[in-house]
Design a protein around this ligand. Structure first.
Ligand code: UGA
Length: 441
């Protein structure tokens, strides 16, 4: 379809979660007029009142700048999108019971957009959606004058603003050149390579990236387990790997498993997409399996810390947990490996106390089996072990002699490798670190 290149006009963003809010605020920051729509009236009222309900570094500031400059507004009225030349979909696609992404939120908005949008509009999906969704949405829209584009986001929680304004690449999957150009113009001012491609490739690329990261992490976690058995240290091994730029330095830190709202869901989605296409993604399946085994490995380390034996009984023992979110820099508890470890320990009868800088005790309802405290030192009180589960840098700054003195049994299981021997040696605390075979007998 050959057309003149239009202007974006007001840009609509549907969804005010961490992706939607970041997208809306960053687009306003780039000089666009943006209206952000969310069905959650409370959230919209909060945003209108100047409160930003999502914790992302730098987000508050650009939301406030945008609203003050009247370039950014919030509403729960989807009709506001009737004036938009481009609408960005930033809606959740959680895993449904069968393991497939639940696209009902996206589908429902697309149906409403069909009757709302002006001529020559573009609907761009930032949400991670099943492969083939853009074509499916085109059929739902049933508007020859409106184009559907896949513009996947690669934002990391905790780095979303930075990742939006300085991305590694911008991916635009479009069947029509005019629609591709329109989306491209939105990013004027962002210095990044633009990958212009077809919608199906763009959709698959998003899953391919997240699943690859998961595979890399599981490989690292398995290597860490091997290090423990052969007397090596994963930090040393990773140091060598990182300097090979075919491998790269990131995603080489072992941990209690990978979690969050994206990697677990997207690996399963790629596996299922492969299966439907007659391909067994054994590599991704193995990464998922290793992730489950990683949880067992951490639980075994905790049993060993408490009882001296990998199969020892921890029932009735007090265990202190440092860190509950799925990674540092976020308040997000969704699919957190820390909570999976806590759950497994609670099932064995351990008595858990937990501290996380982003999970204050007034969020107690979110974590039934853990008594939340607002002071990290309290988790050590009478504890048979302290388990460090999220890599908050402040944990390395704690006075570990206070922890050692408060604990019944001064031992820490450092699942994130953020403590040095020097942090804990002086106060006489035993440290069990993942992937450190130089200290294991
Ligand atoms: C992930 C991707 O990194 C983003 O590029 C993508 O846009 C996003 O999903 C999404 O699909 O929306 P995110 O879920 O925020 O971002 O988290 P990551 O930073 O990727 O971390 C995932 C998990 O891996 C966390 O549990 C983290 O603790 C763990 N991890 C990460 C490690 O255990 N070791 C590492 O070296 C790195």
């Amino acid at each position: 379809m050959a057309r003149a290149i239009g202007t974006t006009g007001t840009i609509g963003v549907v969804g005010a979660g961490y992706v939607g809010l970041t997208t809306a605020a960053c687009l306003a920051h780039l000089g666009h007029d943006v209206v952000c729509v969310d069905t959650d009236r409370r959230k919209v009222a909060q945003l209108r009142g100047g409160a930003v309900p999502v914790r992302e570094p730098g987000l508050d500031e650009i939301v406030h700048d945008g609203t003050r400059a009247r370039r950014l507004s919030f509403t729960s009225d989807i009709e506001a999108l009737a004036v938009c030349g481009v609408v960005m979909l930033c809606l959740p696609t959680p895993m449904d019971e069968s393991g497939d992404p639940d696209t009902s939120a996206v589908d429902s908005v697309v149906r409403q957009l069909a009757t709302l949008l002006p001529a020559d509009a573009v609907v761009a999906s930032k949400s991670t959606v099943p492969v083939g969704s853009a074509h499916r949405a085109e059929r739902l829209l049933n508007r020859a004058d409106v184009a559907m584009v896949s513009n996947p986001e690669f934002l990391r929680e905790g780095h979303a603003v930075e990742d939006f304004l300085r991305p590694a690449r911008i991916v635009i999957g479009a069947s029509d050149a005019w629609a591709c150009h329109l989306v491209e113009r939105m990013y004027d001012g962002v210095d990044a390579p633009i990958v212009r491609t077809d919608p199906v490739s763009a959709e698959l690329a998003k899953y391919a990236c997240n699943a690859f990261l998961a595979v890399k992490l599981s490989y690292t976690n398995l290597l860490a387990a091997l290090c423990e058995r052969v007397g090596a240290e994963i930090g040393e091994v990773a140091r060598v790997m990182a300097l090979d730029d075919r491998i790269g330095a990131s995603f080489l830190r072992p941990g209690p498993g990978w979690g969050g709202s994206c990697l677990p869901k997207d690996t399963v989605a790629l596996l299922r997409t492969g299966r439907r296409a007659g391909l067994d993604f054994g590599l991704v399946r193995a990464a998922i399996d290793v992730n489950a085994q990683q949880l067992d490995r951490v639980v075994r380390d905790v049993r060993r810390a408490v009882t001296g034996e990998e199969c020892g009984r921890i029932a009735g023992h007090r265990i202190g947990l440092l860190g509950l979110t799925f990674k540092a820099g976020t308040a997000d508890l969704r699919d957190s490996p820390a909570l999976a470890v806590a759950d497994a320990l609670a099932r064995e009868g351990a008595v858990l106390t937990g501290y996380d800088p982003e999970v204050p005790s007034d969020r107690q309802r979110a974590v039934a089996d853990i008594r939340l405290v607002d002071d990290p030192y309290q988790v050590a009180k009478g504890a048979s072990a302290v388990v460090l589960l999220t890599e908050w840098p402040e944990f390395a700054e704690l006075d570990w002699s206070v922890i050692g003195a408060a604990a019944n049994n001064p031992v820490v299981v450092d699942t994130r490798g953020i403590l040095d021997d020097s942090d804990v040696e002086q106060p006489g605390i035993d440290r069990i670190a993942l992937g450190d075979g130089t200290h294991r007998s």
